[in-house]
Design a protein around this ligand. Sequence first.
Ligand code: TXA
Ligand code: MG
Length: 321
Amino acid sequence: MPTSNTLHLGVAQSALNQAAQLLRDGELVAFPTETVYGLGADARNGVAVANIYAAKGRPSFNPLIVHVPDVASAQRYVVWNDTAQVLADQFWPGALTLVLPLREGHGLSSLVTAGLDTLAIRVPNHPTAQQLLRLADAPIAAPSANPSGRISPTTAQHVLAGLSGKIAAVVDDGPCGVGLESTILGLTPEVAVLRHGGVAAEQIETALGCALTQAGPNKITAKITAKITAPGQMLSHYAPVEAVRLNVLDPQANEVVLGFGAIRCDLNLSASGDLIEAAANLFGHLHQLDKTSRPIAVTPIPEHGLGRAINDRLRRAAAPR
Ligand code: TXA
Ligand code: MG
C-alpha cells in the first residue's frame, strides 16, 4: 500500500495523463464523478483492488462498482439484455449502476465482485471521469473514496482528509454535482432496486413501464421481482459447496488445504505472508478449491490489516447454511 505523499492533481491534460498512467501501474487514484468521488483501481489487477480495501480500512469485502466510459465497454464485462439497453439509453451516462451477470472471459479480478457471478457497472456522467476512463483504457473499480464507516466525499479535500498518504493521487475537479451515490438496480434477471441514489425510483418505473413496490425500509423491488440480492449483508453470500473449516493446523486426509504463509497446503493465498496478495487471491482460490468437491481447511490468517476482511469473508463461507 502506498504510504508516500498523495498527489493533488488538477484536470490539465498532463495531470490526467499522469493519473491514467498511475491507474495502469496498479496505483490508487481518487477521481470525481457526478455522484461522489470514487477511489479507483484497475479492476483487472487483484493487488490494486486489494489495496482499495486496505486504504479504506474496510472490515469486509463488499463487491465494488466498475466504471467504464460507454455501453460498448460495459458489454465486454456483463451479459447485456434488453432491459439494460432501455435503462442505458435513458440514464447513461449517469447515476445509475446496473447489476448484470458477469460475462465469460471478463478478465476482472474476482475481488471486484467478491466472488459473485454478477457485476455492478456504471458509466459516469462527468467529463473528467470520462476522460480519465478513456485515457486509462481500463475498467476502473471504485467505491466511494472515504475511509470505511465515514461519509462519502464530494470534494477532493474530503478525499484528502480521509485518505491522504494512503493513495497515489486525487484528481481535483471541484465539488460533485449530485452529491449522492448512484442508484443500484439489479437485473439478474429480476429487477430490484438494491440501493436508492441519484436516479429516482419513479424515473426507473417510467422508463421500464412497470411499478416498483416498497419491500423494506430501504429497498424496493419491481412487482415482478421474486427476491432481493444484497450480497454484502448476507452471511453466506459466497459459500463453497463443501464445508469450510477455519484456523486449521491439523487438516484431515479428505480436506483440501488453503494456506497462508510458509506452510504446507494445496493452494497458498500468499506463501510470503503478504495480506494484500492473499486478498487478491482469496476468491479465485476458493473457487478453485470448490471444484475439487472436497471440504476446505484454512490455515490461520492474522487478524490485522486486510486479514480482518479475509477472515470475515471466510467466516461467512464457513457459516452454517
Ligand atoms: O455513486 C456511486 O455509486 C459511487 C461512485 C464512486 O461511482 N460508488 C459507490 O461505491 O458508492 P460503493 O462501493 O461505496 O458502493 C457499492 C455498492 C455496495 O453497497 C455493494 O454491495 C453494491 O454496490 N454492489 C456491488 N456489486 C454488486 C453486485 N454484484 N450485486 C449487488 N450489489 C453490488
Ligand atoms: Mg460507499
